[in-house]
Design a binder for this molecule. Structure first.
Ligand code: NDP
Ligand code: MG
Length: 380
């Protein structure tokens, strides 16, 4: 029996994590759940899974959660409470499923306590990759990827016995605008950007997929998780989302992981590793596949992907600045304040506008995040 703490339990990854728990009541119990503002769903989850520690981060929603739960449920306010609760001795696995930079603090707290982290919150690695990986190493904490591509790479490396990676082929669906011309994309409304062809996800990552910033983030995530230089990571557009990523070895052999686009598969593996538990759901039917296709990404239509490679090249705190600018710009796009290509424009401006720090400390990362956020928000 493993005990879980779920940061961001009310989101897309959080609710699918609880679906996995529901299928395996003898394997997993949940000690802590946290949400930003969705009090109603948080309360429902606490009661359904009998979760003793419940964290709500929006102070305006605290009383609502407190009033709805009987005694025996501890209700806490704010991210600092989550940082403390992930450290509880009974917690085995912390599921990092908050969205954006706000997930960094509790993820670092979990690693510092030596906890196994099932990591969905890729922005933590984009903003603070070296700090996160060093902390995991220093405290003997394992990070298992939840992101489908990184789970695929992780699975392709099982049994590789330390043989060097020649190349990672990171697959991308291409998002909803893959076949649109640039002029049409430039006037894309959020309702169109929010229609992902293959995956149902939270709003922020869905927009990141439409701009392909998500794939840029995933290049950075792969670099840190698997210790490979970004020059060895090759993005390949694969619209069917059947191959979740591939690893090529030095002898030319390529290992791939395939499956239907169902996030519960990588979530469950990260929770149960090294075991593979049964999972109900549709299965990949090869007779029904009309074909698998592959294309080069179009950096002209999707400049965010090029910006992510540029940020890694510059290094230091620049990926952190990129992440913050993107977070601010996506929020503005979702409020109809800016157009689609204003997102990469803002990211580019902020990347060259922040003070450069070559080897950032945690404090530098928080400072860069705040500076970049303010700089981006001054643009509209
Ligand atoms: P959602 O937007 O669906 O969920 C985000 C969760 O974080 C919710 O529980 C939300 O609470 C909570 N949250 C948001 N802001 C705050 C805050 N300021 N303080 C505390 N809690 C907060 O996102 P997803 O589940 O789609 O994504 C989560 C992470 O996983 C992201 O980093 C994403 O990139 C990554 N990921 C997601 C995939 C997917 O399929 N969805 C695939 C691969 C990676 P509330 O509901 O109250 O707002
Ligand atoms: Mg992914």
């Amino acid at each position: 029996m493993k005990t879980l703490a779920i940061l961001g339990s009310t989101g897309s990854i959080g609710t699918q994590t609880l679906d996995v728990v529901r299928q395996h009541p003898d394997e997993f119990r949940v000690d802590m759940i946290s949400a930003g503002s969705n009090a109603a769903l948080l309360v429902q989850q606490a009661l359904a899974f009998k979760v003793p520690e419940v964290v709500i981060c929006n102070p305006e929603k605290y009383q609502e959660v407190r009033d709805a739960l009987p005694s025996g449920y501890n209700v806490h306010l704010g991210i600092e409470s989550a940082c403390e609760l992930v450290k509880k001795p009974e917690v085995d696995v912390v599921v990092a499923a908050m969205v954006g930079f706000s997930g960094l603090k509790p993820t670092l707290a979990a690693l510092e306590a030596g906890k196994t982290v099932a990591l969905a919150n890729k922005e933590t690695l984009v903003a603070a990759g070296s700090i996160v990986m060093e902390s995991a190493k220093a405290h003997g904490a394992c990070i298992y990827p939840v992101d489908s591509e990184h789970s695929a790479i992780f699975q392709c490396l099982l049994g590789a016995d330390g043989n060097p990676i020649h190349k990672i082929h990171l697959t991308a669906s291409g998002g909803p605008f893959r076949t649109w011309p640039r002029e049409k994309i430039s006037s894309a409304r959020k309702e169109q950007a929010l229609k992902h062809p293959n995956w149902s996800m939270g709003a922020k990552i869905t927009i990141d997929s439409a701009t392909m910033m998500n794939k840029g983030f995933e290049v950075i995530e792969a670099k840190w998780l698997f210790g490979v230089d970004t020059s060895k990571i090759h993005v390949v557009v694969h619209p069917e989302s059947v191959i979740h990523s591939m690893v090529e070895f030095e002898d030319g052999a390529v290992m791939a992981q395939l499956g239907l686009p169902d996030m519960r598969i990588p979530i469950q593996l990260a929770l149960a590793y090294p075991r593979r538990l049964p999972l109900e759901g549709e299965r990949l039917d090869f007779q029904k596949l009309s074909g698998l296709t592959f294309f080069e990404p179009d950096m002209d239509k999707f400049p965010c992907l090029a910006l992510a490679f540029e940020a890694m090249e510059k290094g230091g705190n620049i990926p952190c600045a990129m992440n913050a600018a993107n977070e601010a710009a996506v929020a503005a796009y979702l409020k109809d304040l800016i157009g689609f290509y204003d997102i990469p424009a803002a990211v580019s401006k902020v990347m060259s506008g922040v003070n450069f720090v070559q080897n950032p400390t945690v404090d530098d990362i928080f400072e860069t995040n705040a500076q970049a956020f303010a700089l981006a928000n001054s643009l509209w």
